[in-house]
Design a binder for this molecule. Structure first.
Ligand code: FA5
Length: 334
């Protein structure tokens, strides 16, 4: 028995891990283990020696169990410590840099304008950028070969299909679908064969249309002055100038007092103190005829403005092309 105990102690000393220990446990205490085999011998021991033999074998069994348990919990503790060390997070390491995107100044301006009109009860509509000549020109009282077509240099996709040159075709599309009253704005991209410091081949416009019984020029004036005062400040001077658009009659161009020089005259306003900001007018009855509205019963106003123009004034940007060069140093400022 003493030899057995000694062998066990030698073996347990050389145990290096939990697997070794489990093998040792099976070897001595398992079903076919050394101690179990000794216990089985008990019945063949003469009755007089049996009690002593039994006690010794049980003592040694208990001793082994205790040794194994103690070592097991020590090994488990060490294992856990190792695991925690290898999985640990070094909180002193610097984090991964995440760069945040920003809203593009054009979208920012567009949302600001949209918000103001939505608060005045206008809904928001959309139309296609590739448009039928019919909606872009004909239904807006600009027939083929009409000199007014020269006002907008057009990209033709085919003789009957164009890249829309303005957002005004959305007026016709919406009126075809809906009976009055209508009151909406329609923001979107438009295209013209045009490029310099104030013109790009693609730019953005917002169209506005309000049609109902009894709509008059005072309503147009009220809505646009309210909008401009929200956009540029309540003291901004606003001026209506007679103009011409085939789809409105009478037509006007609307100027605001130059916000760069405070109306005193500068390079941007060409020393006039005024900046043109949008086109507008009372809907031409000819347009109503195309969509089946009775011009005797209904009247309305429409307006259209360039978003880039407004963003340039709002943020004092002197070259429209900066919006589309994707220079991060420029875009970061908004
Ligand atoms: C129109 O496009 C009319 N559809 C506006 C309108 C709507 C009038 C409803 C009456 C009723 P105009 O061609 O003037 O009008 O263009 C409107 C604005 O678009 C201009 O004031 C200008 O700010 C902007 N714009 C025109 N061409 C360019 C361009 N190439 N690049 C950037 N902005 C432009």
């Amino acid at each position: 028995m003493e030899d057995l105990k000694q062998t066990f102690l030698d073996e347990i000393k050389s145990v290096e891990g939990l697997v070794d220990l489990s093998n040792l446990k099976i070897k001595y205490l398992g079903k076919k283990g050394i101690i179990t085999a000794q216990l089985k011998k008990l019945s063949s021991i003469p009755p007089a020696d049996r009690a002593l033999f039994g006690k010794k074998i049980n003592d040694i069994k208990q001793f082994m169990e205790t040794e194994i348990d103690v070592l097991e919990s020590r090994l488990k503790g060490e294992e856990l410590k190792r695991q925690l060390l290898s999985d640990s997070i070094d909180v002193t390491l610097s984090g991964k840099f995440v760069s945040f995107g920003r809203e593009h100044p054009i979208n920012k301006t567009l949302s600001e304008i949209t918000d103001i009109f939505v608060r005045m009860g206008f809904s928001v509509e959309e139309g296609p950028e590739i448009e039928l000549d019919y909606y872009n020109f004909e239904a807006l009282n600009i027939p083929k070969d009409h000199p007014a077509r020269d006002m907008q240099d057009t990209f033709y996709v085919s003789p009957d299909i164009v890249l829309r040159t303005h957002t005004s075709p959305v007026q016709v599309r919406v009126m075809e679908k809906r009976k009055p009253p209508v009151r909406f704005i329609a923001p979107g991209k438009v295209y013209r064969c045009d490029a310099d410091v104030t013109h790009t081949p693609m730019f953005h416009q917002i169209e506005g249309l309000m049609v109902d019984k009894g709509i008059n020029f005072s309503n147009l004036k009220g809505v646009l002055v309210t909008f401009l005062h929200h956009m540029f400040g309540p003291d901004t001077p606003v001026r209506f100038r007679p103009s011409f658009f085939p789809f409105t009659e009478p037509s006007a161009e609307i100027d605001i007092g130059c916000i760069i020089c405070n109306s005193s005259g500068c390079r941007v306003c060409k020393n006039s103190g005024w900046l043109e900001i949008l086109g507008a007018g009372m809907v031409n009855p000819r347009v109503f005829e195309h969509v089946g509205y009775d011009p005797e019963e209904y009247s309305g106003f429409a307006f259209g403005m360039g978003i880039e123009r407004i963003a340039m004034l709002k943020y004092s940007i002197d070259d429209i092309r900066l919006f589309y060069e994707n220079d991060i140093r420029f875009l970061r400022q908004f």
